[in-house]
Ligand binder design. Structure first.
Ligand SMILES: [Zn+2]
Length: 517
């Protein structure tokens, strides 16, 4: 959702990051080729199968699934390659690794760039841990919806990491969410911003409108390696609530250029007006749930206005990411118990959790609390109020339930972190989002499909990931429970396999070293 920090980096750092990424990539390759794997006597659960494959043998060669077969009980499959690592899958489930199709990886959650520079040790520990935190909860593929090659290079300098792809962020110039970065730094931070023809005479110096047409922007992000386009319809909230929004013809042109280039288009849209705009302009995925509507639902049922939108989402097979936990990620800043949540030390370094609890670490809590108080007619500048998100929570829950019931194309995306909040922690946030989806009536089987094959198809990655099938990349999870029956399965992960490399779940935890003692 909202606020992000402008990101400007020095060329020296960039070169260093690029070199270390090359080094990491070559190290990865050698390991992948050395790693041959066979998982025996396992139950394969994969979204394209109508039923599980019992007592199966799955072999992995050079990071890909080489064979999936059903062996007779007690019989050992012949190992096709020397030096094979064998895993006994008896009593376990082998499933495709999960995909989160909406994350933001460039900043450390809850930290500004200045704070990161001021606390290099905390920052180093955080950046090294965060990729493992996603793996810890079973996410072997991530899609950063707003990134660029420089930030991706930095992220990929760590090891291990989930497979990571990015969309270019095509924000309207000076619109959401560019508005949160100061001028003129925002223009460099948003290389794929859109400039509409009418705006060309009022442009800031150094900006060439021709480079920011829908066609030019899409061509540039495609050349930079993006696999999708992210755009925005948001008039704003809090202090900034009157932001410019793109014209329908602009986003139609973005969609046309993107489809010609083979890229799906994701739209930030969380209101009835914004989601209607997305349906009218033909975007592929609405990257948020429906939170803000004119005719608020009174109970669990959707209103006629919501029904009109949601029926179009169903009929048009438009992808729809509920992102319910985003709302709790704002509310939980005001709940002191959140930083004592027992799962938090598994995904965040201790020094970062402690910093979040410091007065400096509470900066976004203070900003948000004052903003809510001001909107409420606060008398003093120090007054803070916890945001009351009961209405958007009830609205998105009713909308999600309606879509689940009508078999809409729901996609699993968390928007981690949605804002500079620490209350959407990497990996753990997805686990929390699954609870919200269940609570809204989405079944574990639907969640499993949303986070695997359906996400893979939405991103056109299904040739490579999303199922347990021969030829696909060996991104796999070994679980103690069947994820079609219970989401608890994702907290009972035994092994996480990325491109054929096998990790014990525990070794991915942030507190692994202290817990192992
Ligand atoms: Zn987002």
């Amino acid at each position: 959702m909202p606020l992000r920090n402008p990101r400007t980096r020095k060329a020296g750092l960039l070169r260093w990051a690029a070199l270390s990424a090359l080094w990491a990539a070559s190290a990865l390759c050698t390991q992948a080729f050395a790693q041959e794997l066979v998982v025996e006597h396992v139950t394969v659960v994969s979204p394209e199968r109508s039923s599980e494959l019992q007592n199966a043998t799955v072999t992995v060669h050079t990071g890909r699934i080489a064979a999936v077969s059903s062996a007779r009980s007690g019989q050992r499959a012949t190992l096709p390659y020397p030096g094979v690592q064998a895993v006994d899958g008896r009593g376990l489930y082998l499933v495709p690794g999960l995909i989160d199709s909406h994350v933001h990886l460039s900043s450390i959650p809850g930290m500004t760039d200045e704070q990161e520079l001021a606390h290099p040790e905390i920052a180093r520990a955080a950046r090294a841990q965060i990729p493992s935190s996603y793996l810890y909860f079973g996410f072997t593929t991530l899609i950063d919806l707003i990134s660029a090659p420089e930030a991706m290079t930095r992220w990929k300098s760590h090891d291990p990491i989930p497979d990571t792809y990015f969309c270019g962020g095509a924000a309207l110039i000076d619109g959401y969410p560019m508005n949160y970065a100061p001028k003129p730094a925002r223009y460099a931070a948003w290389p794929y911003m859109l400039v509409e023809p009418e705006a060309t005479d009022a442009l800031p110096p150094g900006i060439n409108a021709a480079e920011h047409s829908p066609q030019a922007v899409v061509a540039r992000m495609k050349a930079d390696g993006a696999i999708c386009v992210k755009t925005f319809f948001e008039r704003g909230f809090g202090a900034a609530h009157d932001l410019p929004v793109p014209k329908p013809e602009t986003i139609r042109a973005v969609v046309q250029a993107a489809h010609t280039a083979g890229l799906p288009v994701f739209l930030h849209a969380n209101s009835d007006e914004a989601q209607t705009f997305g349906l009218d302009t033909g975007v592929d995925v609405i990257a948020h749930g429906l939170w803000n509507v004119k005719d608020t639902p009174s109970g669990d049922d959707v209103t006629p206005g919501m029904k009109t939108i949601l029926d179009r989402v169903v009929a048009g097979k438009v992808g729809w990411q509920p992102t319910i936990e985003v709302l709790y990620g704002l509310q939980n800043l005001f709940d002191a118990r959140f930083l004592s949540e027992p799962m938090l030390p598994r995904v965040l370094p201790r020094n970062l959790i402690d910093w979040y609890g410091s007065s400096e670490g509470q900066w976004f809590h203070d900003v948000l609390g004052k903003e809510v108080a001001a909107a409420d007619g606060a008398k003093s500048h120090s007054e803070m109020i916890r945001p009351n998100l009961a209405v958007p929570v009830a609205t998105v829950k009713a909308a999600t339930a309606y879509l689940a019931e009508h078999r809409a194309r729901l996609l699993f995306g968390t928007d981690t972190p949605s804002a500079p909040t620490y209350a959407n922690p990497p990996g753990l946030n997805a686990w929390l989002e699954m609870r919200r989806l269940l609570d809204a009536g989405v079944t574990p089987a639907q969640i499993f499909e949303m986070a695997t094959l359906r996400n893979a198809r939405a991103l056109k990655l299904d040739y490579d990931i999303g199922t347990v099938q021969v030829g696909k990349r060996a991104n796999l999870l070994l679980l103690r429970a069947d994820p079609r029956q219970t989401v608890q399965a994702y907290d009972q992960i035994v092994k996480v396999i990325v491109g054929g490399r096998v990790f014990d779940r525990d070794e991915l935890a942030a507190d692994h070293a202290t817990r192992a003692q």
